[in-house]
Write a protein that binds this ligand. Sequence first.
Ligand SMILES: *Cc1c(COP(=O)(O)O)cnc(C)c1O
Length: 421
Amino acid sequence: MIPFSMKNGTLCVEDIPLPEIAARYGTPCYVYSHAYLTERARRFTNALDGAGKGKALIAFAVKANPSQAILASFAAEGLGADVVSAGEIQRAVTAGIPPERIVFSGVGKTAEEMEYALKIGIGQFNIESVPEIEMLAEVAASLGKVAPVALRINPDVDAHTHAKIATGKADTKFGIAAEQALSAYEKVACYPSLKIQGIASHIGSQITDLAPFEAAAQRIHEIIVALEKAGHPIETADLGGGLGVRYKDDQPEPPSIEAYGEMIKRVTKGWNCRLIFEPGRSLIANAGLLLSKVIRVKESKTARFVILDAAMNDLVRPTLYDAYHEIKAVTPAVDYYHADIVGPVCETGDIFARNRHIPTVKADDLMALMSAGAYGATMASVYNSRPLVAEVMVSGDKSSLIRKRQSVEDLMRDEQKPEWL
Ligand SMILES: *Cc1c(COP(=O)(O)O)cnc(C)c1O
């Protein structure tokens, strides 16, 4: 299914031309294709059908896009959630994801967050350090509960991705070193308020080669075998997320969900545990775009700047990760030129693309920043007092506002002046 396509010279989302979306909801706004994100979820589920023992749990990484409408769409497809805060647990449960399908990751879970998660009854805590084991044991004991625990092991695998999104090397803050796995599991076994349930790993994001996934899975299996030999049965193996997607039209497709599934089935053949996956980007990145309007085109002696009404506060990936996004004219002209595509924020880093070859545009033309469904809206800020933008979901010829555009009043609502001022 192709979520965004040109029809009669106009870029459309499913059956709706984007100018209609802009007229109805304003710009900038995020636009998601419901059919496409649903299809991705189904493909992931089908690709892993038959892998491991029982039915694999596909736990969507909520941080990639925590929208209620999107979480509810995935809940309807039977997905669970991978969360990294109490806030994400609350969002997932509110959207209809059953607590037992929630996996809680992250190096900095607080005692309050652990208590909240235990009371709600989440499916698994992915613990990332020995002090965290101790804290969870104490919190669970104080509530008279037994916490289901997996230890996140750092397999020391290089995922060949951007340094800011690599998590599986020994020198990152994530997970417990493989050499310390056995002693850490022995520690878990000492606490009656903890139950050893599984093992977990997540080696990074936007990984476009299956080899690091395979190496990490093999490393995890060696540890499972050692643990079982030492008398610690492992019921679940969480192989994380991280499958990459295509951001550039002229680049080859990274391994498909199906190719990933085939590799996993081959590598995990004979494993006696239930598998868990935590995909984020691969389910939602290409289901969304950021629709923006050209404010003006500014020509200087040395460069041409297309100034959009969207900026780095709305989509920070280019600034933060040097990320590439395709930028399309919604109703492209026949002539092309080169331009820097920038936002209005007062930062030199507020650049979406440098010297990009694009159809010529003028003020009020619409442009679409593609592949913005993951790590887009979720990372937005209100820098420069720019309210969070609207978000819209499209299904066929229907569209619906899934997040109202903020107002400046919303931004100031929780502020107050000291009474002595
Ligand atoms: C970010 C993250 C994910 C999702 O990664 P994607 O690249 O979006 O698939 C999964 N698990 C953990 C622990 C994460 O931190």
